[in-house]
Write a protein that binds this ligand. Structure first.
Ligand SMILES: [Zn+2]
Length: 192
């Protein structure tokens, strides 16, 4: 006998209709070649197709009725955290220099939420690189210090909120974007 966990389906096994919150459903367990096979069936299908269904499947082991409960949506803060991580991973993967300030801000957001931990700071020529670790996965995120100037903050904030709203543009011509990275390290804004 195969004792796998069989989770409740989100849809009816017969009509594939998604269950609404608080919708009644029927669960049936069948023994198919010594494996328990679970079917979740909506009330309408149970009323209209029960006989043909049971005729096809044979005798069931068990049958019970339940009330579907929609899983609660994750709290908005968790959603935002996940989105920030997703955006940061995508930015690093696509290596878009003009988004370096946005990546820096996203990393700082995740560090504040303890989703990222700073492990060390490396210097490569004039450039400082923060090495962040994502403790949950052990992944390493190298983040270039964009040496943000006060005057750039509004622009970077706008970039970040655009990212949250629209995501990273599918096609991007880096040369057409005025880069917000600066060579001049004077009058920088510290992240603390
Ligand atoms: Zn159905």
């Amino acid at each position: 006998m195969d004792w796998k966990i069989q989770t409740r389906s989100k849809e009816c096994g017969l009509c594939s209709g998604l269950y609404q919150d608080k919708a009644p459903y029927h669960t049936l367990l069948f023994d198919v070649d010594h494996t328990w096979t679970r079917y979740d069936i909506c009330e309408t299908c149970w009323k209209t197709k029960k006989e043909s269904f049971l005729k096809e499947k044979g005798e069931f082991i068990s049958h019970w009725q339940g009330i579907f409960q929609s899983p609660p949506p994750p709290p908005p803060e968790i959603l935002e955290q996940n989105r920030a991580e997703e955006l940061l991973r995508e930015l690093l993967k696509r290596n878009l220099p003009s988004f370096a300030p946005s990546a820096f801000v996203l990393a700082a957001m995740l560090e504040r939420k303890k989703e990222l931990k700073i492990k060390s700071v490396k210097t490569s020529g004039e450039t400082r690189i923060f090495i962040y670790e994502h403790p949950a996965s052990g992944d390493i995120f190298p983040i270039v210090d964009p040496n943000l100037r006060l005057a750039q903050l509004d622009r970077v904030q706008q970039d970040v909120s655009d990212l949250f709203e629209k995501g990273i543009p599918e096609t991007l011509n880096e040369t057409n974007r005025s880069t917000t990275m600066v060579e001049d390290p004077t009058s920088t804004v510290s992240s603390d």
